[in-house]
Write a protein that binds this ligand. Structure first.
Ligand code: GAR
Length: 205
C-alpha cells in the first residue's frame, strides 16, 4: 500500500544547506513520512531556489519589497501554501519574522531550525552568523542547534530537538557556523521533519 505523506513547504532566504539536508534525507529514506513539494524564498538570489530547481521541486520567490506590507507578503505565502495543500511548513534559514496572525493560523504546523541552544542566543536580532558571533563573544564552550515549533514569539515555541556542539579555541564565527551545521543542524532538522511529518499523517499532532 502506498504510504500517505505529509506535503511539506520549505521557506528559505539564502544558501539552503538545510533545505539540501532535508532533500538528501528524503533520498536516503531518513524522511519517508513527508515530501517537499514547495520551496518559497523571500530572496530572489537565494541559492536555495537553484537547489529546488535541481531537485525538480516548485520554487517561488515572493518579494516583500514589491508587496510592500508584511500582511500582503504573508497573504501571498498563504495562498501558495493553500494551492499546494501544504501540511507542514519548515523554516530553514528563513530570515524574516512571521506575524502572530500568520503563525496562529498554523499551530504546530511550522517548525524552525535555530543555530544555538535555545534559550541562549535567540530571539529578535539573532540570526545567521550573528548567533555565532554572540556565542564566541560570550565565550561559551558549548553551543549547538535547536529545532522548535514556531509561534508568535521569535524562537519561543516548543522545543522538538537539540544537539550540542563544542566550541574550539581559535574558532571564527564562520568556522563555528560550519561545525554547528554539520554536526547539529543537518542532523536534527531532517530527523525532526520526519518525526513531525509522521505525527501529522497519523493525525497525532
Ligand atoms: C542556518 O545556520 C540556520 O540555522 C540559520 O541560518 C542558516 C541558514 O543556512 N537560521 C537562522 O538564524 C534563523 N533564525 P542555510 O540557508 O544554508 O540553511
Amino acid at each position: 500500500m502506498l504510504e500517505k505523506k505529509a506535503r511539506i513547504a520549505v521557506l528559505v532566504s539564502g544558501g539552503g544547506t538545510n533545505l539540501q539536508a532535508i532533500l538528501d534525507a528524503e533520498q536516503s529514506g531518513v524522511i519517508h513520512s513527508g515530501e517537499v513539494v514547495l520551496v518559497i524564498s523571500n530572496n530572489r538570489n537565494a541559492y536555495a531556489l537553484t537547489r529546488a530547481e535541481k531537485a525538480g521541486i516548485k520554487g517561488l520567490y515572493i518579494s516583500k519589497k514589491e508587496l510592500k506590507t508584511q500582511e500582503a507578503f504573508e497573504a501571498a505565502v498563504e495562498s501558495a501554501l493553500e494551492e499546494e495543500k501544504i501540511d507542514l511548513i519548515v523554516l530553514a534559514g528563513f530570515m524574516s519574522i512571521l506575524s502572530k496572525d500568520f503563525t496562529s493560523r498554523y499551530p504546530k504546523r511550522i517548525i524552525n531550525v535555530h543555530p544555538a541552544l535555545i534559550p541562549s542566543f535567540c530571539g529578535k536580532g539573532y540570526y545567521g552568523l550573528r548567533v555565532h558571533e554572540a556565542a564566541l563573544k560570550k565565550g561559551v564552550k558549548v553551543t549547538g542547534a535547536t529545532v522548535h515549533f514556531v509561534n508568535e514569539i521569535p524562537d519561543g515555541g516548543e522545543i522538538i530537538a537539540q544537539k550540542a556542539v563544542e566550541v574550539m579555541d581559535g574558532d571564527t564565527p564562520e568556522i563555528l557556523q560550519k561545525r554547528v551545521m554539520e554536526q547539529a543542524e543537518w542532523v536534527i532538522l531532517p530527523q525532526s521533519v520526519e518525526k513531525i511529518a509522521a505525527l501529522s499523517v497519523n493525525g497525532e499532532l
